[in-house]
Design a protein around this ligand. Structure first.
Ligand code: AMP
Length: 283
């Protein structure tokens, strides 16, 4: 078990990146908000398998992507356990900046993502969320100047927003999307799953089940709007308050009416008690 180097400043992280690059190593950045689970660690594994021998995991609960009514204060913060997990898989570096390193006095520049950030999915329920995500990810990519950055398909719209932003702003870091890690019963791993009561945890599996069966029926040619309406009904009947269940084009996130309009991605967001869960699946 080798401990990751902990960087608190951009300068320290950049010095390590320059050193590793000088040694000929390729470097991947893995931005997270901490409360690490196997899904986050799978991003590190993916980076390694793709030739990035150095990995930096960033841990920063970014205030600008939370609305006033959301869980910024309550978001799980488990730094010591996170560092142990990173050590267990030999992660080289962990960038965990204090808020003032990211947003010093006078900071005032916003990033206004369009296109996939306005697809009418998460943005309908979290209108300022992707501006905050784009802002912090643009900063992290510029700060680290890594060769690649890995993001989970779990946050499918976020991944599309980041790909688009990196392209539009000529950020040279290569962006990778990594498949979702799931619990044994199919629930997508998430730091927010710790909010679920035992009863809610049992109910939560319904989301991935409905995604699976809907994707299967869609592949078999059943009517798309009808299938989405039925899925919404089942999720509501299972005790969730549904935000959306939609079939979208996997790249543009535009609505799709027929299988031939694909590749199709199913995306769902629903609340179980005080916990908001999101998931998605390829058709
Ligand atoms: P978060 O800490 O929730 O902001 O997530 C940090 C990164 O890990 C994002 O790119 C997420 O999409 C990714 N991620 C979160 N959960 C999973 C999962 N279950 N499988 C794969 N990647 C994930």
């Amino acid at each position: 078990m080798s401990q990751p180097q902990i960087f608190r400043t951009v300068a320290d992280m950049r010095a390590a990146v320059a050193l590793w690059r000088g040694q000929g190593d390729k470097i991947a950045l893995i931005p997270t908000m901490g409360a690490l689970h196997a899904g986050h660690l799978s991003l590190v594994k993916f980076a390694r398998e793709n030739g990035f021998v150095r990995a930096i995991v960033t841990i920063f609960v970014n205030p600008t992507q939370f609305a006033a009514n959301e869980d910024f204060g309550a978001y799980p913060r488990t730094f010591a356990a996170d560092v142990d997990k990173l050590a267990s898989i030999g992660v080289d570096g962990c960038f965990a900046p204090p808020p003032e390193e990211m947003y010093p006095p006078g900071f005032c520049t916003k990033v206004a993502p369009g296109g996939p950030a306005l697809a009418g999915l998460e943005d309908r329920f979290r209108p300022d969320h992707f501006a905050g995500v784009a802002q912090v990810v643009a900063k992290l990519l510029n700060q680290a100047q890594a060769d690649a950055a890995c993001f989970g398909e779990k946050d499918f719209q976020q991944l599309a927003v980041i790909r688009r932003m990196a392209r539009d702003l000529d950020i040279p870091t290569q962006i990778f999307g990594v498949p979702t890690m799931r619990e044994a019963d199919g629930l997508a791993m998430s730091s927010r799953n710790v909010y679920l009561s035992a009863e809610e945890r049992r109910q939560a599996v319904l989301l991935s089940q409905v995604l699976q069966e809907t994707a299967k029926a869609m592949r078999a040619g059943e009517d798309i709007p009808g299938l989405c309406a039925a899925a919404a009904q089942k999720i509501g009947a299972g005790g969730f308050a549904l935000d959306y269940f939609e079939a979208r084009h996997a790249e543009s996130l535009a609505p799709v009416a027929a299988l031939a309009d694909g590749p199709i991605r199913l995306l769902v967001a629903a609340r179980l008690g005080r916990t908001r869960l999101i998931d998605n699946l390829a058709v």
